[in-house]
Ligand binder design. Structure first.
Ligand SMILES: [Zn+2]
Length: 287
């Protein structure tokens, strides 16, 4: 069964650990993440960007696949199916398709418009038992072709959005999507502390989890981050394992061309990466 991310994130905040959001791209990705969560008895959030949703033939296809897999694989840990960086239209489409969690990213709007649009979704999500993530202060890097610079959110704007009644809040603290540049200055814990002081109990979300050093991840969790998004790192793990398989000529040996064999190393690599992250975030055994 799909669940809202609310309970798992409140528990994570209280227990000083974080739940990983791992973005999915296809069946292998989804299966790898669900099986790893079950093996480690960890709650998990499956992230779906609008681009990935289109790629997987639309949101109802994604809901059907994930629900079917939870059933067929006997997954009993809490699983939230979450729209990542949704537009207002995308959020409505995912609510209708049966997602259990939504991110509305209005960070590129003026704050007044971000607040108006987020407000419109708060009541709907509340009635339907869907968790809602809002964003303040654009998170840099590239996501589905949208490029921005690393930014630090304004703590007063964070409070204004948190007070609308969202479930969790993503705020820029110098983090970016994708690969961090060599001259990256690290997370701004000063900003994180200032935001936390304003928003109180609200679970905070750290985007751009790929490439943030482990000690900074742990410190961010200790300061109120309860959800961490991982996307690029799973893509690299899959790519590296698939490349190795081909370069070693394994696709040319016996039935190595069979897609179930060809995609297996990448699948195992995602499992290993998800396990590594769940251990780092502290969510193992917390289902
Ligand atoms: Zn993000």
């Amino acid at each position: 069964m799909l669940v809202s991310a609310k309970d798992m994130l409140n528990k994570a905040r209280d227990g000083k650990y974080a739940v990983g959001q791992f973005n999915i791209n296809n069946l292998e990705w989804t299966k790898a993440i669900l099986l790893t969560a079950q093996e480690l008895n960890s709650p998990v959030i499956l992230g779906v960007s609008e681009g990935a949703g289109k790629y997987m033939c639309g949101y109802t296809t994604v809901v059907g696949m994930v629900k079917g897999m939870i059933n067929e694989l006997g997954i009993t840990v809490p699983v939230a199916l979450h729209l990542d960086h949704g537009t207002f239209e995308g959020a409505k489409a995912c609510i209708n398709a049966g997602f259990s969690s939504i991110m509305f990213d209005g960070s590129h709007y003026p704050i007044e418009e971000n607040i108006a649009k987020t407000t419109a979704l708060v009541n709907t999500c509340d009635v339907l038992g869907i968790s809602l993530e809002a964003e303040v202060g654009a998170i840099g890097g590239e996501e589905d072709g949208v490029i921005g610079k690393g930014e630090c959110a304004n703590p007063d704007e964070c409070k204004a959005v948190a007070d609308l009644g969202v479930t969790m809040l993503a705020a820029g603290i110098g983090n970016i999507h994708g690969k961090y540049p060599d001259n990256w200055e690290g997370l701004s814990f000063e900003t994180l502390e200032a935001i936390k002081a304003k928003v109180g109990d609200m679970p905070l979300v750290l985007h751009g989890g790929t490439g943030i050093p482990d000690d900074q991840i742990k410190k961010a969790i200790s300061l109120g981050v309860a959800k961490i998004n991982v996307n690029t790192e799973c893509q690299w793990a899959f790519q590296e394992a698939t490349r190795k398989y081909i370069e070693e000529g394994k696709d040319l040996q016996g039935k190595g061309f069979d897609p179930r064999k060809l995609l297996a190393p990448g699948f195992e690599a995602i499992k290993a990466k998800v396990k590594e992250k769940m251990e780092l975030f502290g969510s193992v055994g917390k289902a």
